[in-house]
Design a protein around this ligand. Structure first.
Ligand SMILES: [Mn+2]
Length: 287
C-alpha cells in the first residue's frame, strides 16, 4: 500500500509512523553524519570519552592527551551540569567550554558537551563540535527547535522514561528545524530494577536502526551507574550494531566531582578499547 494511501482493501499491518524526516521509509540508506574528520553511521564505531564534568584545565588536558594517545577521537565533558540536586556541582559553564576548545586545539580531539537551555545552547554551539541534548531535556521542545536551528551536529539522548517513538519524535523536532545532523543515544531507561542506575535498552539499537536512518550510539556509563559494568555493556552494544559509544572516564575517578562511581580510570578505558575493537573487527567494522 502506498504511504499515505487511504485504501482499506488490505489489512494495515503496521501503524503509520508519526515521524517522517528521521524515518527510514523516507530515507532508506544509513545517514552518515560527518563531524570534522569523524563519520558517525559509517563503518567505524566512534568512541567518545572523557569526564562527566569539566572540573579544571589540568583535568581536561590530561584527559584529552590520553584520548589522543589511545585513539579516542571525541572528548566528552560537561560544562553545564543538569544535576538531580541543586546542591551538587553545577559546572564551570563558559569557562569550561573554553577549556574544552583549548583541548581540541592542542590534541586534535572533537568536543561533545551538553546544552541545558537556550543560553547554554548558544555558547555550546559556538565552542563545541557536537551539541548534546541530555535525557532530561529530550522533550524540551523549544530547546530541540533551537538546537535544530543551530545546524550543529546534535547528540540526542533518550529520555529516561521515553518510548522509542517519543525519542524519534524528539529527533523529528530537530530535523524539522532544518538539521539532519542527529546522532541518537540510548543511555538506559527507568525500570523496576534498582541494582543498575538505569536499564540499558540494548533492544533499542536494532529497533531504532530499523525505524530510522540516523546513527545510534549508547552510553553504558549512565545506564550502569557502576564502572565495573560499563565494559560488558559496551561490548554488548558493539555486538548489537551501535555506531558509537560514549563513556565516562576520569584521570582519578575517586576524586571526580560527578559520576565518579561509573567513571573508568584510563587503564580500564584502554582495555575497553581493545575489547570492543576485537568485536568490531569480527563484525567487519573498526574503531
Ligand atoms: Mn555523567
Amino acid at each position: 500500500m502506498r504511504v499515505g494511501s487511504t485504501e482499506t482493501a488490505e489489512p494495515v499491518v503496521s501503524v503509520r509512523k508519526p515521524y517522517k524526516l528521521v524515518s527510514r521509509d523516507f530515507h532508506p540508506d544509513d545517514s552518515v553524519i560527518q563531524v570534522g574528520n569523524v563519520a558517525f553511521g559509517g563503518n567505524k564505531v566512534i568512541v567518545m570519552s572523557g569526564p562527566c564534568a569539566v572540573e579544571s584545565r589540568e583535568q581536561v588536558m590530561q584527559s584529552a592527551e590520553f584520548m589522543q594517545r589511545i585513539g579516542v577521537p571525541v572528548l566528552r565533558g560537561g560544562a553545564y551540569k543538569p544535576r538531580t540536586s541543586p546542591y551538587s556541582f553545577q559546572g564551570m559553564r563558559v569557562e569550561g567550554l573554553k577549556i574544552l576548545a583549548e583541548a581540541r586545539e592542542r590534541y586534535g580531539v572533537l568536543i561533545v558537551t551538553e546544552a541545558v537551555d537556550h543560553e547554554s545552547l548558544a555558547n555550546v554551539a559556538e565552542w563545541a563540535d557536537i551539541v548534546q541534548i541530555g535525557a532530561r531535556n529530550m522533550q524540551n521542545f523549544e530547546l530541540l527547535k533551537a538546537a535544530g536551528q543551530t545546524g550543529k551536529p546534535v547528540l540526542l539522548k533518550r529520555g529516561l522514561a521515553a518510548t522509542i517513538d517519543e525519542w524519534l519524535m524528539a529527533a523529528e523536532y530537530i530535523a524539522a528545524n532544518g538539521n539532519m545532523n542527529i546522532i541518537l543515544c540510548e543511555r538506559g531507561i527507568r525500570t523496576y530494577e534498582t541494582k543498575t542506575r538505569n536499564t540499558l535498552d540494548i533492544s533499542a539499537v536494532p529497533v531504532v536502526k530499523q525505524l530510522s536512518h540516523l546513527p545510534v550510539v549508547i552510553d553504558p556509563s549512565h545506564a550502569a551507574g557502576q564502572w565495573q559494568w560499563v565494559a560488558p555493556l559496551a561490548r554488548a552494544g558493539v555486538a548489537a550494531g551501535v555506531d558509537g559509544l560514549i563513556i565516562e572516564a576520569h584521570p582519578n575517578p575517586a576524586e571526580a566531582l560527578s559520576d565518579g562511581p561509573q567513571s573508568l580510570n584510563f587503564r580500564h578505558l584502554e582495555e575497553l578499547m581493545g575489547e570492543v575493537g576485537l568485536i568490531a573487527q569480527a563484525l567487519g567494522r573498526d574503531l
